[in-house]
Design a protein around this ligand. Structure first.
Ligand SMILES: Cc1cc2nc3c(=O)[nH]c(=O)nc-3n(C[C@H](O)[C@H](O)[C@H](O)COP(=O)(O)OP(=O)(O)OC[C@H]3O[C@@H](n4cnc5c(N)ncnc54)[C@H](O)[C@@H]3O)c2cc1C
Length: 402
């Protein structure tokens, strides 16, 4: 006998940050879900991630603040340095009472596996969440009553609906939106982590430091209770058409940073083995669902990482999606429409602002001089007001409130 519709779980394609956040948020509202992850294990890239106060608000809703707090680092400041002349461009204090007064929650950096494990552990502790690995979603059928997902190898899973949390190259998006491949933006990111004792002494700061150079930047910050440092080096290149988490070419990287400060090279020279990401995004769209299927996270709104918000948005999505489902459990297409309607302007603003931040980081000539002049004059309070919409413009259901 087949299961009745009400016995079926939400199927979630993808067990990354978006998929696990959605599963956990749904469980907190009393809904069952089954997460389908294509890899043989649940896991994340061994790199760092910045998390804004807006994500901390969601951690509280999801009940994982303690787990995050146990492993993250709270940096003292966001610092931008000019990679050519070594001047301080701007310093935004983070770990201060003034910051907490404006945003209510802190700013942190965390080792990605620690964030992923916090979500995964919380999901495992929920009987409403079941997890399946080696389960690559290859297609699905929506009967109007339920969805039937096909996995690689021909197996099927039935669900009350399908949540596509399968990232930038989403398979689910092909059917829900069908708008082709993401936009290759022409920037490449190289990532690595370095044990803290190997970090040059003068660079061993509890700050997120960004060295802004012509068509390049380097970011470094401490991670994992300060045991390691995260490095991300970005440069413009049309050399690579596609690629994701593959080994990077060290000579190519070095050639892009020629002429920059000794501190930049001191960091770059420490790493022999980089992982490379070809950076992509998409134009914002306002409809993220079709019938009983809906997109979340990078599958819905992939963005460049220059605002450090892709994962934060994915976590907010999960909370918002669950609250819309709870408000309309018997009309899921309406719940999904309400979810996208509540989210698309916020995520679209992040997608577009991230591109602009990239232009600011990589400015050359007069644009770089203007950057120094305008950011150099800014007081912390002005910097805070500039990102208030992002860091505190959210309610506990993941809706933008101003
Ligand atoms: C260099 C860089 C730095 C970044 N820094 C930050 C930062 O500081 N702060 C921040 O908030 N964000 C940051 N981001 C963005 C962040 O990494 C992403 O937005 C976030 O990981 C998106 O999560 P996701 O779960 O939507 O997608 P993904 O992380 O891509 O997860 C998708 C999951 O789905 C699985 N999957 C894929 N296809 C299928 C399928 N067909 N069937 C089943 N499973 C499937 C994958 O294996 C994976 O587990 C950064 C990104 C980059 C590239």
């Amino acid at each position: 006998m087949s299961a009745s519709r009400s016995d079926l779980p939400f199927l979630i394609a993808g067990g990354g940050i978006a998929g696990l956040a959605a599963a956990l948020a749904l469980a907190r509202k009393g809904f069952q879900s089954h997460v389908l992850e294509r890899e043989d294990d649940f896991g994340e890239v061994g790199a760092g991630i910045q998390i804004g106060p807006n994500a901390f608000r969601m951690f509280k809703v999801l009940g994982i603040t303690e787990a995050i707090d146990a492993t993250c680092v709270y940096p003292d400041a966001l610092v931008m340095m000019d990679a050519l002349n070594g001047d301080l461009v701007t310093r935004v204090p983070l770990n201060t009472n003034a910051f907490r007064e404006v945003f209510d929650y802190p700013y942190a950096v965390i080792y990605r596996p620690d964030l992923h494990w916090a979500l995964l552990d919380a999901c495992k502790a929920e009987s409403a969440v079941t997890l399946e690995t080696s389960a690559r979603v290859t297609g699905f059928e929506d009967t109007g009553e339920r969805v039937r997902v096909t996995l690689e190898g021909g197996r099927n899973r039935d669900g009350v609906a399908l949540i596509g949390a399968d990232g930038l190259w989403s398979k689910v998006r092909e059917t829900v939106i069908g708008d082709g491949n993401p936009r290759v933006c022409g920037h490449i990111a190289y990532r690595a982590v370095l044990p803290t004792p190997e970090v040059p002494h003068e660079l061993r700061r509890n700050n997120v430091i960004l060295w802004a150079g012509p068509k390049t930047h380097l970011v470094h910050y401490p991670l994992h209770r300060g045991d390691i440092f995260n490095l991300v080096a970005v440069f413009h290149s049309d050399r690579y058409e596609e690629g994701w988490d593959v080994f990077g070419d060290v000579d190519e990287l070095q050639s892009r940073f020629v002429g920059q400060r000794a501190e930049v090279h001191a960091m770059l020279n420490k790493i022999d083995s980089w992982r490379m990401w070809v950076l992509c995004d998409r134009e914002p769209i306002k409809v993220w669902h079709k019938g009983l299927s809906v997109l979340t996270g990078d599958a819905a709104h992939p963005m460049l990482q220059y605002l450090a918000q892709g994962a934060c948005m994915a976590i907010e999505d999960g909370v918002c999606l669950a609250s819309k489902v709870a408000a309309s459990p018997h009309d899921l297409p309406a719940a999904f429409a309400a979810f996208a309607a509540s989210r698309y302007l916020r995520t679209g603003r992040v997608q577009l602002t991230a591109r602009f931040y990239g232009d600011v980081y990589h400015a050359t000539g007069v644009a770089a001089e203007l950057r120094a002049m305008m950011l150099g004059q800014r007081q912390p309070e002005q910097a805070y007001q500039g990102v208030r919409w992002l860091y505190s413009g959210l309610d506990d259901d993941g809706n933008q409130v101003f």
